[in-house]
Every structure is written in C-alpha cells, then in structure tokens.
Design a protein around this ligand. Structure first.
Ligand code: HEC
Ligand code: HEC
Length: 336
C-alpha cells in the first residue's frame, strides 16, 4: 500500500512538473531562466556618409536624447544638459528598480562600444540585447526604438561612432528580484526591415517623433510597468532626480492638461523651459527637444492635440497628495 502510494505520489510530482514546464513554454516565461530571445548578429556595416552623420547627430542629440541618460549631467545648468566633456561616457541612473547604470556608449575600445560591430549596436538599440546576449532593462527605450526606421538606425550608429571616445568603466546594472529575471522576457528580435511609418500628416509625423523622443515614457502614468488605460499622456509619473522629485504633467487637450496652449506657446515652452512665468523642472528634457526644427515641434503639437482629452490634475507647485486615478502621489492628486 505504502509503496503504491509512494509510486502514485512520485507520478503526481512528475505530472505537476511537466504541467509547470508546459505552462512556462506556452507563456514564454521559460525565458526567465534561459535568457532573452535574441537573434544572431551579422557582419552588416553601415556606410558612413555625411548625410547619415548629420541626420544621426540630429536624432541622437535633439530627438532621442541618448546623452541625457548616457552622460553625467549638470543639474545646475538650464535644462540640466549633459556635460560636454562626458558625453556618452555613461552615468548612474537615478530612481531605478535596483542599481542601474546607463553604459558608456562612446567609441572607447575597452570601456565603451568601440569594439562592438554595427549589428551588435543595432540589436542593443532596437531589440534590447547587449553584446554578450544579456537583456537590457527597458528604461533603455528599445520598445520605442524598435520603430526607428533602418535608414535612421544607420544614421544614429554613424553619429555614435564619430563622438570622442571616453575611458570610463561603468558597472553592470543589478536589478532587484523579480525584475532581474522578468527582464529576460522583454527583448523581441526584429527579423523584418523597419520602414518609415505613415507620416503623411503633421499629427502622424508628430506621433512618430514623440515615439522616438519617448514622451509617453514619462507622461503616461504606469501601474507596475503597464500604461494605465485612459491616461495616455495625462501625466502622473513621478521621477526622483538630483533636481528634485517631480511628477510629469498632463499634456492632453483637456482643461486639466494643456488645452490653453497654442502652437506658439508650445514652441516657446520647448525652447525656453518656461510656461510664461512658470519654470519647468529640468527633469523635463526641454533643452534637448527645443533644438528640434519648428516643423518638427509643430508636428508634435499637432499630435498632442489629436490625443483624447483625459481629465487628470497634476500641479507640481502643490504638495503631493494621493491620486485615485493614477494611484500615485502628486500635487492636486486629491482633486482627481
Ligand atoms: C531614458 C534613458 C535612456 C535613453 C534615452 C537611451 N538609453 Fe541607452 N541605455 C539606458 C540604460 C539605463 C541602459 C542599460 C540598461 C541595463 O543595464 O539593463 C542602456 C543601454 C544601452 C546600450 C547597451 C550598452 C551595453 O553595454 O550593454 C546601448 C548600445 C545604448 N543604450 C544606446 C543608446 C542609444 C544609441 C540611445 C539613443 C538613440 C540610447 N541608448 C538612449 C538608458 C537610455
Ligand atoms: C524624463 C521624463 C520626461 C520626458 C521624456 C518628457 N517629459 Fe515633458 N515633462 C516632464 C515633467 C516631470 C514635467 C513637469 C515639469 C514641471 O512641472 O516642472 C513635464 C512637463 C512638460 C510640459 C509642460 C506642461 C505644463 O505643465 O504646462 C510639456 C508641454 C511637456 N512636458 C511636453 C513633453 C513632450 C512633447 C515630450 C516628448 C517630446 C516630453 N514632454 C518628454 C517629464 C518628461
């Protein structure tokens, strides 16, 4: 009897084990243990042309903001710009789930990405997999950059290769449990060409630019890493940088957002970091976006105007209170 029971128990344990393994396979969660989905890199190299260098500089410096994260910044300068001599040399990432570093992405052979192939860089930027195959945490906005068209990717890499190398060894990121495991489920390989999306209207052009500029990463509040439905670009995401704690504001066309803006005011805000007399906290990277062309900024404004109006009051001049809409704590939270 005891023997039969033991046999039954061991069969059941085997059964449960198989069930768990099957479930993990079906959900793709087994990635947690074996590392991220990654394609093999090729020896593809992008021809360095003056047009790509110029386009890449514009995308990297004025739109995608690589150096805002990958450099030490001067938090006392207007707009907290990256320190020129440290551009791309890597930085600690404040306010992250664990100890996070934005690596050195200058062409230094040992401490930067100088020894990486073009395709290894391409895979890190758009697919979130580092050279050694480990998954990057999506604070590196590869979920947005997967929409970067192939030609623009070539431009970004051409420019990145041209900046002065900086010798600066940056420690590897250490994420807290369970993110250190879950991060492995995030990278998705790109196996088809990425073409320029439909940019036939200003609003569509603006949507693409806002994607590359990662506006929603800060302006759409999240609950455990997922955007809260109905609050796209409605603010409520709180950031802690050396310039102080600040919550992103509502930039939808609602009266609690920026319904009172016109195109001219939007351009002024992005160029000066001031909404009339109100100075924006430099965590809002206006000093980088402000270098976009009038046409690009107008397109972004047209896109913001096309968004559904979401009612959500956020005011950084008031002391933080709990908000039932975004589940965060911010000025005027109790008025939502
Ligand atoms: C919002 C901040 C942010 C922006 C913007 C950003 N990055 Fe990153 N990037 C990071 C962080 C943080 C990591 C490291 C993530 C980790 O360790 O899991 C990273 C990782 C990388 C890596 C992998 C390096 C390595 O050693 O594994 C490359 C390459 C890279 N970024 C390039 C870029 C480029 C090029 C741009 C602009 C087109 C860019 N990043 C924009 C934050 C950012
Ligand atoms: C790194 C996070 C971050 C990113 C990325 C970001 N913002 Fe912001 N933004 C903020 C924060 C925080 C504030 C609130 C600043 C304050 O109240 O002092 C803000 C404020 C603003 C304001 C002022 C609204 C008001 O209160 O009148 C506008 C306009 C704006 N952002 C537009 C954008 C656009 C457009 C993009 C993308 C091109 C963008 N932001 C990307 C963090 C960010």
């Amino acid at each position: 009897m005891a023997l039969r029971w033991r046999k039954f128990a061991s069969l059941t344990i085997l059964g449960i084990f198989l069930l768990v393994v099957t479930a993990l396979f079906v959900t793709g969660l087994w990635r947690v243990f074996v590392g991220p989905k990654a394609r093999a890199t090729t020896n593809l190299t992008f021809e360095r042309t003056p047009a790509r260098l110029e386009r890449g500089k514009h995308l990297v410096e004025n739109v995608m903001g690589c150096f805002y994260c990958h450099s030490e910044r001067d938090f006392k300068a207007p707009g907290a710009l990256p320190i020129e001599a440290k551009k791309g040399g890597g930085a600690i990432f404040y306010d992250a789930p664990g100890q996070m570093y934005a690596p050195n992405i200058t062409p230094d052979q040992e401490t930067g990405v100088g020894a990486w192939s073009d395709d290894e860089l391409a895979r890190a930027i758009r697919e979130g997999v580092s050279r050694d195959g480990h998954a990057l945490f999506p604070i590196m906005p590869y979920m947005n950059y997967k929409h970067l068209p192939d030609e623009d990717l070539a431009s970004v890499i051409t420019y990145l290769r041209s900046i002065p190398p900086i010798r600066n060894a940056v420690p590897r990121t250490k994420l807290n449990f369970p993110l250190n495991l879950l991060v492995n489920t995030m990278p998705q390989p790109l196996t088809v060409p990425v073409t320029t999306p439909d940019v036939s209207t200003p609003a569509k052009r603006g949507a693409h630019l806002a994607m590359l500029a990662s506006c929603a990463d800060c302006h759409t509040p999240q609950d455990r890493g997922t955007a809260i439905p109905g609050l796209a670009m409605a603010g409520g995401f709180t950031l802690n940088e050396p310039s102080g704690q600040v919550t992103s504001t509502n930039i939808t066309p609602d009266p609690s957002g920026i319904s009172y803006y016109d195109e001219a005011l939007f351009l002024e805000v992005m160029r000066t970091g001031q909404v009339k007399a109100r100075k924006l906290n430099p965590t809002m990277p206006w000093a980088l976006y402000g270098k976009m062309s009038d046409d690009e900024l107008k397109a972004i404004f047209a896109y913001l105007r096309s968004l559904p109006a979401a009612s959500h009051r956020v005011d950084n001049t008031e002391s933080p209170t709990v908000c039932k809409l975004c589940k965060g704590k911010h000025g005027f939270g109790d008025r939502n």
